[in-house]
Design a protein around this ligand. Sequence first.
Ligand code: 3PY
Ligand code: MG
Length: 259
Amino acid sequence: MGSSVEKLSEAWGRGKPVFSAWCGLPEPSIPGYLAREAGFEAVVLDMQHGVIDFLAATRAIPLVAAAGKPCIPRIPVGEFSVASRLMDAGASGIIAPMINTVADAKAFAGSVKYPPQGERSWGPHPAIVLTGLGFDAYFAGANGFTKSFAMIETREALDSIDAILAVDGIDAIFIGPSDLSIGLSRGAKLDATGAEVDTAIRHAVARAKAAGKGAGIYAQSGERAATFAGFGYDFIAVGSDVAFLRAGATAMLTAAGAL
Ligand code: 3PY
Ligand code: MG
């Protein structure tokens, strides 16, 4: 069995989705606890809309790894140099938001894959420690065991989905249902569970499978996560650290008769 950093790749294609936690709070022990004690198989760190900065991410990644789980940061829009640095810090993969064109996909893939696939620069020192691989083995394996997720969450991205999936070094798509609902309705509404969005979500997983690539998605609830598992998604990030806190607190206070 490989290291925690390689585990996402090991789970790929086993015919059962990876259910991941989703964290936006800047305290590294939260992803550590969720990885160790809550039954998630992976943890996403949301650096786009969460308040996790680079330092907090580099502290969370080893805590998730210590629980034996892969850690996958979502970078802010277009911050591909941060993607390279997070790979060096031992991320198992990167989710890049708003990948709308083939040019976006190539720039993203270039930042996370070593030549000849991409242009990632050498210096993965924390990743070497976390994987336990030597320099040569890490260099030989990293392009395969790390996963790049291109977020498809606009009309433009959906129109170019086959071309984005065809980019060498893009391993998977990742659907953002909220932004997709805004895009599909041309800004008229935010409705991540609408019928039009679900049609696009089913289309996207079919296109990913046809391309022989992975499909990830964000689910606002456990029920939505189960729906997406039924659609065939491989990687499903569900809820959020804030939502888990809120639900736990409400359940405790309700049981206590306080609510
Ligand atoms: C979206 O739904 O737009 C996302 O980016 C998931 O958080
Ligand atoms: Mg989004």
